[in-house]
Design a protein around this ligand. Structure first.
Ligand SMILES: *C1O[C@H](CO)[C@@H](O)[C@H](O)[C@H]1NC(C)=O
Ligand SMILES: *[C@@H]1O[C@H](CO)[C@@H](O)[C@H](O)[C@H]1NC(C)=O
Ligand SMILES: *[C@@H]1O[C@H](CO)[C@@H](O)[C@H](O)[C@H]1NC(C)=O
Ligand SMILES: *[C@@H]1O[C@H](CO)[C@@H](O)[C@H](O)[C@H]1NC(C)=O
Length: 396
């Protein structure tokens, strides 16, 4: 891959974490997971940002890519950021997502491609509200329920948008990031419904702030918990359906400068391999960025103590350090060294695929202007900066 943009200066926290000698877990090849959120889909010039370096570079072992953020609106629409998920601006995203799913790691019993999840919710509230997925069930005492417009209908209509989106875009799972008050009953219903509709292999994860996993009995009285419900109670109700928790260890909800918060969460009874450590990929995203060398030391200590941990998930891809916007995949290289050094993805790109990707890229770029996430103030037709033909490495 060639990038035609001038390189930004390397940033000072570009610490390589070599010398951390870990063996991959052969009984469960997905562990420890290496995951990234992908929210900013276009750069400031409106060019779609390619995900393929994450599987094309031979020293990255990504396990999950989480497309963010989906929102369910009370007017009966679903959005990926500011647009419908099937908007042409996302053509590159969805075409590349299929390729990520078809790449695989070369370690025995490999995890069979990068799993593509969709993150629902996040900082913009509304998806888990009483008018959407947290609508009360009918027959619970509400007088004004009617067949067509009652709370149960609001849930069904909202859930149908989510289900349809998962099917259309062939997602392997969903990540539920509840940052607004939701009832426990509402979340249990949603988890059970997803399991019933998508079967046992579908990945359901939640994304609490790390401190929400403290104090299962609510000892802390709601401190550091944005979701409204108690995660310990959720775990007791539907824990076996939840693959892992993407715990946000940043922005004042606990850090990874050392192992203390992770240790405290394990002491509460959570299984270490179901706790995925959420990290900022750049100090530009908020408070609590931890340099990679320091993070690597904490991870090493945790794996020595617990045998295995759930992994790491980075928020977010497009400007991750040390590479920044021109080489954001370098974050994943650094994390691969820390977490999964022996696992390599294998990607097959044929000439036909490369030609299709090039065409699709032009569509996404033509539609790329005018988003909050990558706004072009003054529009210029973007120059392609991804050379798909250079990636061809397989016959038709
Ligand atoms: C999270 O909030 C819920 C609802 O207020 C509460 O029951 C629970 O104890 C809280 N958990 C923590 C760790 O603060
Ligand atoms: C539905 O609500 C969303 C979010 O408020 C808004 O962006 C969208 O334009 C609305 N769509 C319709 C058809 O009203
Ligand atoms: C996977 O690839 C890496 C790098 O090419 C190699 O070191 C490792 O031995 C391979 N593992 C297997 C199981 O083939
Ligand atoms: C692999 O994971 C299991 C738990 O799933 C753990 O008990 C074991 O110690 C791990 N092995 C290695 C080599 O990390």
């Amino acid at each position: 891959m060639r990038f035609l943009l001038p390189l930004v200066a390397s940033l000072p926290w570009a610490v390589t974490a070599t010398a951390l000698e870990f063996q991959p877990n052969r009984t469960r090849p997905e562990l420890p997971r290496l995951m990234l959120y992908f929210q900013t889909t276009h750069d400031a010039a409106g060019r779609p940002i390619s995900l393929l370096p994450l599987v094309y570079k031979q020293h990255i072992a990504l396990t999950h890519l989480i497309v963010a953020a989906f929102h369910i609106n009370s007017n009966g629409t679903i959005h990926l950021n500011d647009h419908p998920p099937s908007h042409p601006r996302y053509s590159t995203l969805w075409t590349e997502a299929r390729i990520l799913q078809s790449s695989f790691t070369n370690t025995s019993g490999g995890s069979g491609g990068v799993k593509i999840l969709g993150m629902l919710g996040g900082a913009a509230a509304g998806s888990f509200a009483a008018s959407t997925l947290d609508a009360a069930a009918d027959g619970d005492g509400d007088d004004d329920d009617t067949e067509a417009a009652g709370p149960a209908a609001a849930f069904e209509r909202s859930y149908a948008l989510l289900r349809e989106m998962v099917r259309v875009h062939k997602l392997d799972g969903v990540d539920l990031d509840v940052e607004e008050p939701m009832t426990l009953r509402g979340m249990v219903r949603l988890v059970r419904r997803l399991r019933a509709d998508f079967g046992p292999r579908f990945v359901i994860s939640l994304a609490p702030v790390a401190t929400a996993l403290m104090g299962r009995q609510g000892r802390r009285g709601g401190w550091g918990n944005l979701s409204g419900f108690d995660y310990g109670a959720l775990e007791r109700a539907v824990g076996e359906e939840v693959a892992f928790y993407n715990a946000q260890f940043y922005n004042g909800f606990g850090g990874m400068g050392d192992t203390r918060l992770f240790d405290a969460i394990v002491a509460e009874g959570w299984e270490p391999e179901r706790i995925v450590i959420g990290q900022l990929t750049s100090p530009e995203h908020g408070g609590g960025f931890v340099k990679h060398g320091q993070f690597g030391r904490a991870v090493k200590a945790l794996r020595r103590r617990y045998g295995e941990i759930g992994g790491v998930v980075g928020w977010e891809y497009f400007n991750a350090v040390p590479g920044g916007i021109n080489e954001p995949w370098k974050w994943a290289e650094s994390m691969t060294k820390i977490l999964r050094p022996e696992k390599k993805p294998i990607l097959h790109i044929t000439k036909k695929m490369a030609e299709r990707l090039t065409r699709v890229w032009m569509v996404s770029a033509a539609e790329g202007r005018g988003s909050r996430f990558g706004t072009a103030e003054r529009w210029v037709d973007p120059e392609p900066n991804v050379d798909y033909l250079a990636m061809v490495n397989a016959e038709e």
